[in-house]
Design a protein around this ligand. Structure first.
Ligand code: AMP
Length: 541
């Protein structure tokens, strides 16, 4: 027997409708590429999003068509999101930090028809436009006064483009499983893969992740997503904040310590989310300028492993709670967040910090397991590492235009990460499966060693890779970037690690470099590092 409740499709535009109706005066504050900080209300954002949909329809965009954005977090980008998806078309958020050739590949694969572009990225698109035959028009996210001279096809400023319609438009209604957004994974090997979000998956992801135990976003929150809308939906925050009636502060392209600090203080931000490097820049700035934080209560840190030193600095020096999080583009993206369950046996501050270093536990809506090489579930003992597999209402089932599903027979997606889960259910990422170091048949976690090494006062950044070894198969090599003006030696840093990690995890050597390569999403590019050190021989070999 079926239930007899209403069929109320979970559609993204219902979020902005609700925000405009219930929180019409709540603000969206943005730092524009043009310079100024501007303010709008949810009522205004909704009205302008309707104009985007109306104008797209007039330009011939149909449900299912892809509309690309290359833009920072700002009000116009937000309006475009709701306008594109609200029409039933698909908002393809392109990561402008990818190599131009990858952007060309992605936009052609997506067959984008219109591109909405921040001023910053006009030169980038001018360089690749001849290779983008499917784009019919470029809309520059600015007004007529700031419109640059450009030869981009049918280029028009956003304000003129939406100024041409009256906004008298009704959102169409459709199946909640309709595609709403497209985001490609950066993939260090092979071609990028497109993750095709649905209205339902995005709405559910925001419902799952807004709760007290995850991001704790409500009408009295002021939320600053530093995580870009072009990287996995700004962790859903551009949906979650309006859904919950929170004030939204959009930082644009200025992500340095001073600029983020300015917004945190002038807008009295209570919650923010970013990758560790952004927080490192902010902490460095605050220390140098002897600044304090007057409103920030909680930050979520994820995207790559958060060094314990950052967690400690935020909590002990600035009184800001840190929640370490893990996720991926394929998961919309949040998979787990480390908020402390009251039943966790914690006696000391050290116990608490040990738990906080872990990536936490999945909110309702995400299932998680760790398995061995035979796909058998491993015990939750905090010791055994295994491949991390996930399932859930906002987890990808198949990549865009692929013919086969990307989940196993039981419906679980292999994340490619390796993790432990402890007896209290806290998950801890130890590596990417392809980066794990196999020494004498046992696995060594490169992330754990890296996290400890950056705790050394002279080390700015650290990476650990496996180097071939005749006896042990592979042994770890520690690669560090020294802090400015410092020259840490191998005995210094390795001595610092002693007693903090198992003896057989100890790197066989250390090398210093001026820079560690990163991917377009800010992760250490181990593939490139291994390539750079392919001729290196360990002293123990
Ligand atoms: P992306 O799809 O670009 O967001 O990348 C997802 C990948 O980033 C995951 O599969 C992890 O390897 C890594 N990642 C994300 N968050 C964390 C974290 N807190 N600690 C360690 N790795 C992380």
């Amino acid at each position: 027997m079926l239930g007899q409740m209403q069929d109320w499709p979970l559609l993204i535009h219902k979020i902005i409708d609700c925000a405009a109706l219930q929180h019409p005066r709540q603000e969206v504050v943005s730092r524009l590429v043009e310079g100024p900080i501007v303010r709008a209300t949810y009522a205004q954002v909704r009205a302008r999003a309707l104009k985007v949909a109306q104008r797209l329809a007039r330009d011939g965009i149909k449900p299912g068509d892809r509309v690309a954005t290359l833009a920072w977090n700002n009000q116009r980008h937000l309006e475009a999101w709701y306008g594109v998806a609200g029409l039933g078309a698909i908002c393809h958020t392109v990561n402008p930090r990818l190599f131009p050739e990858q952007i060309v590949w992605i936009m052609n694969h997506a067959e984008d028809r219109i591109a909405l572009v921040d001023l910053t990225f006009v030169p980038l698109l001018e360089a690749i436009a001849p290779k983008l035959p499917t784009i019919e028009r470029y809309v520059v996210l600015t007004d007529a006064a700031n419109m640059p001279p450009t030869k981009l096809k049918n280029a028009i400023s956003y304000e003129e483009w939406i100024g041409d319609v009256d906004g008298d438009f009704r959102w169409p209604s459709f199946d909640e499983n309709t595609a709403a957004g497209l985001c490609y994974t950066s993939g260090t090997t092979g071609n990028p893969k497109g993750v095709l979000y649905s209205h339902r998956s995005n709405v559910l992801h925001s419902l799952f992740t807004s709760g007290l135990e995850v991001m704790a976003i409500g009408p009295s929150s002021t939320v600053l997503p530093v995580v870009p809308m072009f990287h996995a939906n700004s962790w859903g925050i551009a949906f979650t904040a309006p859904m919950k009636g929170a004030k939204l502060v959009m930082p644009g392209g200025k992500l340095d310590g001073a600029s983020i600090y300015e917004l945190l203080e002038t807008e009295q931000v209570s919650f923010s989310a970013a990758v560790p490097t952004v927080w490192m820049m902010l902490l460095a700035y605050m220390r140098k300028e002897s600044k304090t934080l007057s409103s920030l209560k909680c930050v979520v840190i994820g995207g790559s492993a958060c060094p314990p030193a950052i967690i400690k600095a935020f909590e002990d020096d600035y009184g800001v709670e840190v929640r370490h999080a893990w996720g991926m583009t394929e998961m919309s993206p949040l998979g787990s967040v480390c908020s402390i369950k009251p039943t966790t046996p914690i006696k000391t501050r050290e116990d608490a910090l040990e738990v906080k270093n872990k990536q936490g536990w999945p909110p309702f809506g995400v299932e998680m397991k760790i398995v061995d090489d035979e796909d058998k579930p491993l015990p939750w003992d905090g010791v055994r590492f295994g491949r991390l597999k996930v399932a859930g209402a906002a987890v990808a089932k198949r990549y865009f235009k692929e013919e086969r599903d990307c989940v196993d027979a039981s419906g679980f997606f292999d994340t490619g990460d390796v993790a432990t889960v402890d007896e209290n259910g806290y998950m801890h990422i130890t590596d990417r499966a392809k980066d794990v170091i196999k020494s004498g048949g046992e696995w060594i976690s490169s992330i754990d060693i890296e996290n400890l090494a950056v705790g050394h006062p002279d080390v700015a950044e650290a990476a650990v890779i496996g180097i071939r070894h005749p006896k042990w198969d592979e042994r770890p090599l520690l690669i560090v970037v020294p802090k400015e003006g410092k020259q840490p030696t191998a005995p210094d840093v390795l001595g610092f690690l002693e007693g903090r990690i198992a003896k057989w995890w100890m790197p066989d050597d250390m090398q210093t470099v001026s820079e560690i390569p990163h991917t377009a999403t800010g992760k250490i590019n181990k593939l490139k590092l291994r390539e750079a050190f392919k001729d290196y021989r360990l002293p123990t070999a």
